[in-house]
Design a protein around this ligand. Structure first.
Ligand SMILES: [Zn+2]
Length: 446
């Protein structure tokens, strides 16, 4: 099922399928043709030894040797050239995405026993009005660990009732200054979100490795020199390939992802597995970086900003890291700052995921600002009704804009403002909150 493996960056499944078949064929040719040429070369060499006066044999041997070398190296050369071309070109982005299909099989880092991970919840009594979450059965981990699950479908067992209206006055931090949520536009179909409150900050996703250059340039313009946390929403290349350079550049020591495991990752959560694999491929060391997981009901604070993991309630383990269905493993995070709220959905546009969240934490999806799931994609009518967001931000690229029917749907369900963080649309979008009022700045520092 080649088409199913081709994901976000291919402008059409047909182009993706074509490139995928082409690439597989090229891989076979790369091995088989040089072998045939070498056999022909060996036969001609034998003939030459038997008959040293045959003048026709020498050019044949020379040509076969040159052809064997060329056939072997041309596919590598094509991959190098495509890797250097900016991913904003459809063809190269699609090509590079299918390169990752091979990468996932052969080059992800072996997890090698590094399975000790802690929840970022320092104290389980911090769970919101809920019972302590059940510990998992991994004997290598401590009691706060909630990272690993081997079941193919994993339902979270917490009993906390989410009720945002009652929580904020008693949260540990104080509202101090503006919360800034920057939706950076790396001119790509990716999420790159920088969140700052007081002197604490989080970076979410970042896209392809090449996108990190644009993002770092933006972060330099706004004066960032350190970031505290990195969150990978899910394992897709167009979300976390840029993680290693961002983590390394800004001295991030705490990385957070979802709990699902994937094909080849063993007990290592899939997003960690992907980030470690990309770091290894990029020659970037992640030593001293701790990897953590969020499960539904986990809450942590950056000063007065409360961050709650709402979902996904159920995850699917055992998928490949690049499989399209990983979108539904995306973390769904709610930010509360004073009386204002944000929902970050990764690529999770599944209406059943949203229904499960709303069932478990009624009202939790009703927010002021929604980071739309899946770039230019549209969530369901019922999901937008639950979100009821006044502001909606799409993170996409100029040639992948949301449809007008999608915009009409979000407007129908309360959106007064929508922004498309893309190069010819709203550019970089900054949304701030002072705890009561939200302000939006499209084309921020474009
Ligand atoms: Zn995705």
């Amino acid at each position: 099922m080649i088409i199913l493996e081709v994901i976000n960056q291919c402008s059409s499944p047909i182009l993706g399928a074509f490139l995928s078949i082409f690439k597989r064929a090229m891989n076979i040719i790369q091995i088989v043709v040089p072998i045939l040429l070498m056999i022909s070369l060996a036969i001609n060499l034998t003939k030459l030894v038997a008959n040293p006066d045959d003048k026709k044999l020498l050019p044949k041997i020379k040509n076969a040797a040159i052809a064997a070398v060329l056939v072997f190296f041309i596919p590598m050369l094509v991959n190098v050239v495509m890797g250097m071309v900016d991913n904003s070109y459809n063809f190269s982005a699609c090509w590079n995405e299918t390169v990752e299909q091979n990468f996932k099989v052969t080059e992800y880092m072996n997890p090698s026993g590094n399975t000790q991970r802690q929840s970022i919840i320092p104290n389980s009594s911090d769970y919101e009005k809920g019972k302590k979450q059940e510990t998992n059965t991994d004997t290598n981990t401590n009691t706060n660990n909630n990272s690993n699950s081997n079941s193919s479908s994993d339902s979270n067992n917490q009993e906390s009732n989410y009720n945002p209206s009652n929580d904020l006055p008693s949260n540990p931090g104080n509202i101090s200054g503006d919360l800034q949520v920057h939706f950076i536009n790396p001119k790509s179909r990716v999420d790159a979100i920088y969140i700052k409150v007081g002197n604490k900050s989080i970076y979410i996703d970042g896209g392809f490795r090449g996108d990190s250059k644009t993002e770092i340039a933006y972060l330099e313009i706004i004066g960032v020199n350190h970031i505290d946390y990195y969150i990978g929403s899910h394992s897709h290349t167009n979300h976390v390939e840029a993680a290693p350079p961002i983590i390394s550049k800004y001295g991030i020591k705490t990385v957070i992802g979802g709990r699902e495991t994937c094909n080849g990752s063993g007990k290592t959560p899939c997003t960690e597995y992907a980030i470690r694999g990309f770091a290894q491929k990029q020659g970037i060391s992640l030593s001293g970086v701790s990897f953590n997981v969020l499960v539904p009901g986990d809450i942590f604070y950056l000063g007065g900003l409360k961050i709650t993991c709402l979902g996904p309630i159920n995850v699917t383990n055992g998928l490949s890291p690049t499989e399209t269905k990983q979108n539904y493993n995306s973390l769904v995070l709610r930010l509360d700052y004073g009386s204002t709220s944000f929902l970050l959905t990764g690529d999770n546009s599944s209406s059943s995921t949203m229904k499960e969240i709303n069932q478990k934490y009624p009202g939790s999806l009703n927010v002021d600002v929604l980071k739309n799931a899946h770039h230019n994609g549209c969530a369901s009518d019922s999901s937008y009704q639950m979100f009821n967001a006044e502001y909606v931000v799409f993170t996409t690229r100029h040639d992948y804009l949301p449809s007008s029917s999608c915009i009409n749907t979000i407007k129908k369900h309360g959106a007064k403002y929508y922004f498309i963080a893309a190069d010819n649309q709203s550019g970089n979008v900054l949304i701030t909150s002072d705890g009561s009022n939200i302000k939006a700045y499209p084309h921020y520092k474009d």
